[in-house]
Design a protein around this ligand. Structure first.
Ligand code: NAI
Length: 246
């Protein structure tokens, strides 16, 4: 069993998840990087290892509940512990509500909300055994204030805040914290195709007048998952350059 804390990071193949994996590894965690495709995960593991850290890659389709449970169980049986769970993977299937199909709704709810419930349920017991746990669910400011064209995404992300607060209440007495981080607009594949005009409008809404970076989110995750953050739980932390302030 590694002496280091073991951290699962979903959606680690690129963007925010990749930055979180790199940061947690730099901070001395053994990182289990999870995504669908093996190639980018192997590159990430090689990068972490070359920098003196330790990491493992796990492929998993998070939209498949059975696969999520099996992935968590395999991490616990192979590494003997699970201390940190960062549910970061997410998708968008944007459409105005009048045009949104059942499939667009179901895909986003399954990947962005149900998979997080399933992962937290599977992680709870091993964390309770270890008398320590840090759960971080990556939501979105869309879930805090809504966003036209994102009924499915905003509902899923808003659902994460209720789920997380409930986990915080249920497991707080066992040394386990659960928090939600709500990024604003972060420079990743998810936002790279937004028209320049939209980006300029978004920047104007932010107190700091710039888009965030994946590293901005990773820095917050690093603190929230640290041993010293045991008194911080049930919170939704908007890392959004002062866009919402709610
Ligand atoms: P991204 O699209 O660059 O990366 C998403 C990651 O999730 C990828 O690694 C992808 O492989 C993985 N993923 C998606 N569906 C999966 C599935 N079914 N099974 C396994 N892995 C799957 O996204 P980005 O921008 O890095 O976002 C990360 C998280 O942050 C998401 O939950 C997103 O909703 C949230 N977020 C992002 C914002 C942004 O401005 N980029 C703003 C607010 C929230």
């Amino acid at each position: 069993m590694p002496e280091q804390r073991v951290a699962i990071v979903t959606g680690a193949s690129r963007g925010i998840g990749r930055a979180i994996a790199l940061r947690l590894a730099k901070d001395g965690r053994h990182v289990v990087a999870v995504a669908r495709s093996e190639g980018p995960l192997n590159e990430l593991v090689a990068e972490i290892t070359a920098a003196g850290g330790s990491a493992t890659a796990k492929t998993c389709d998070l939209a498949d509940s059975g696969a999520v449970t099996a992935m968590i169980e395999s991490v616990v049986s192979e590494l003997g512990r699970l201390d940190i769970l960062v549910n970061n993977a997410g998708i968008t299937r944007d459409n105005l509500i009048l045009r949104m199909s059942d499939d667009e709704w179901d895909d986003v709810i399954n990947t962005n909300l149900k998979s997080v419930f399933v992962a937290c349920r599977a992680a709870a017991r091993p964390m309770m055994r270890g008398k320590f746990g840090r759960i971080v669910n990556i939501a979105s400011t869309s879930g805090l204030v809504g966003n036209a064209g994102q009924a499915n995404y905003a509902a899923a992300k808003s659902g994460l805040t209720g789920l997380t607060k409930t986990i915080a209440r249920e497991l707080g007495g066992k040394g386990i914290t659960a928090n939600t981080i709500a990024p604003g607009f972060i420079q990743t594949d998810m936002t790279k195709d937004l028209p320049e005009q939209v980006i300029e409008g978004v920047k104007a809404m932010m107190a700091v007048r710039t888009l965030g970076t994946p590293e901005d989110i990773a820095a917050c995750v690093a603190y929230v998952t640290s041993d010293e953050a045991g008194y911080l739980t049930g919170q939704t932390i908007a890392v959004d350059g002062g866009m919402t302030m709610c």
